[in-house]
Design a binder for this molecule. Structure first.
Ligand code: GUN
Length: 308
C-alpha cells in the first residue's frame, strides 16, 4: 500500500462514510473481462484489439493512455499505441483515423483529447467510424445515448454509473447536481442520470460557469458530481449532510513531498467534505480507473457487435 493510501484508510475508519473505491470496482470488472477473453480463446474466437492515438507529450494524457494500454495487457486484449509529435498536421491525423476505420484487425480505437490547437477536435471525432468509437464521443453514439438506443456510452459517465450500480447506491427520484457541462462528462452524464434506467431516474441539474446561487443548488443535491477541473472547488458548506459525492477532477498540483514533485487533486475538498457525506470517490482511485474499465467494456462490445 502507498503512503497516501494508508493515510486515507486511517482517515476513513475515523468517520462515518464509505469510500467509493473505483480501483477495486474496476479490478472486479477487469477480472470479468479477462475471464471473457479466456473463454473466447478456448472457442478459437478473435481477441479484442484496441488502438490509441496520442498526440504530443502532455503529462496527463501520457499517464491516461499508458493506463489504457496497461489495462489491455492485464485483461489479455491486444493494444496498439500510435504516437505523433505536437506539430502533426490535421490531414495526417485524419488519414490515420481513416486507416484505423478500415483496418479489420482493430476492433475499436480512441484519439486521446485534448488535441493541439491547430487540430479541429470535432472534425477528428466525426471522422471515426461510430462502430469503432469506443470512447462514445461520435455524434451518432451521443444521439443513440440520448434516445436510449444501442451504441457506445462515453467512458467516464458510463464508469460513474457502473460505480454507482455496483455499490448499490439508489438514484431513483434523487436530486442530482452536476457541476461542469463538458461534452465528454457533464453533458452526457446529465442525460444518462435523467433517463428512465437504473441507475437513472434522477432529477438532474446541470450547473456551469454562469450558474447563479451555485452553493444553494449544490445543497439540494442527494448526489453531487464535480467535473470542472478546479482543485478543491467543492467545500463542505456546499454539501448536504449524507450526500453521495463523485469527484471527476484530476488536476496535477505541485507537491514537494512527492519525489515527482506533484500529486493529483480532485475538484472536491476531500478532508472536510468526507466528514459530511455518505459516499465519496477518492482522487486518485475513484472515477479514473472506472473510465478505463468502461473503455475496456466498450472494446469487447465493439468486437462482439461485429459478430466475431
Ligand atoms: N481526455 C480526457 N478524458 C478522455 C477520454 O475518456 N477519452 C479520450 N479520448 N480523451 C480524454
Amino acid at each position: 500500500m502507498k503512503d497516501d493510501e494508508i493515510e486515507l484508510c486511517t482517515f476513513v475508519k475515523k468517520i462515518n462514510m464509505q469510500l467509493l473505491d473505483g480501483r477495486a470496482t474496476a479490478d472486479e470488472i477487469k477480472k470479468e473481462l479477462a475471464a471473457a477473453v479466456i473463454e473466447r480463446k478456448k472457442e478459437g474466437k478473435k481477441i479484442p484489439h484496441l488502438a490509441a492515438i496520442l498526440v504530443g507529450n502532455d503529462g496527463g494524457s501520457l499517464t491516461y493512455v499508458g493506463a489504457k494500454v496497461k489495462a489491455c495487457e492485464q485483461i489479455g486484449f491486444e493494444s496498439t499505441l500510435i504516437r505523433y509529435d505536437d506539430s502533426v498536421p490535421e490531414e495526417v491525423l485524419l488519414a490515420k483515423v481513416q486507416s484505423l476505420n478500415e483496418d479489420k484487425s482493430i476492433d475499436g480505437f480512441i484519439v486521446q483529447l485534448p488535441l493541439p490547437a491547430h487540430i479541429d477536435e470535432l472534425k477528428v471525432t466525426k471522422a471515426i467510424d461510430p462502430k469503432k468509437d469506443v470512447d462514445g464521443f461520435h455524434p451518432v453514439n451521443l444521439g443513440n445515448m440520448v434516445l436510449n438506443l444501442p451504441g457506445f456510452l462515453p467512458a467516464t459517465p458510463a464508469g460513474i454509473l457502473e460505480l454507482i450500480k455496483r455499490n448499490n447506491i439508489q438514484t431513483e427520484g434523487k436530486n442530482c447536481v452536476i457541476i461542469g457541462r463538458s461534452n465528454i462528462v457533464g453533458t452526457p452524464l446529465s442525460i444518462m442520470l435523467g433517463r428512465n434506467t437504473n441507475p437513472g431516474n434522477c432529477t438532474v441539474t446541470l450547473a456551469h460557469s454562469r450558474t447563479e446561487n451555485l452553493k444553494e443548488i449544490c445543497l439540494t443535491a442527494d448526489i453531487l458530481i464535480a467535473a470542472i477541473g478546479q482543485p478543491n472547488f467543492v467545500t463542505a458548506d456546499m454539501v448536504k449532510s449524507g450526500a453521495v459525492i463523485i469527484d471527476v477532477g484530476t488536476t496535477r498540483i505541485e507537491d514537494a513531498t512527492k519525489a515527482r514533485g506533484w500529486r493529483l487533486c480532485g475538484d472536491v475538498e476531500f478532508a472536510s467534505v468526507s466528514e459530511k457525506c455518505s459516499f465519496i470517490t477518492p482522487v486518485p482511485g475513484g472515477v479514473g480507473p472506472m473510465t478505463i474499465a468502461s473503455l475496456m467494456i466498450n472494446t469487447l462490445k465493439a468486437m462482439e457487435l461485429k459478430g466475431k
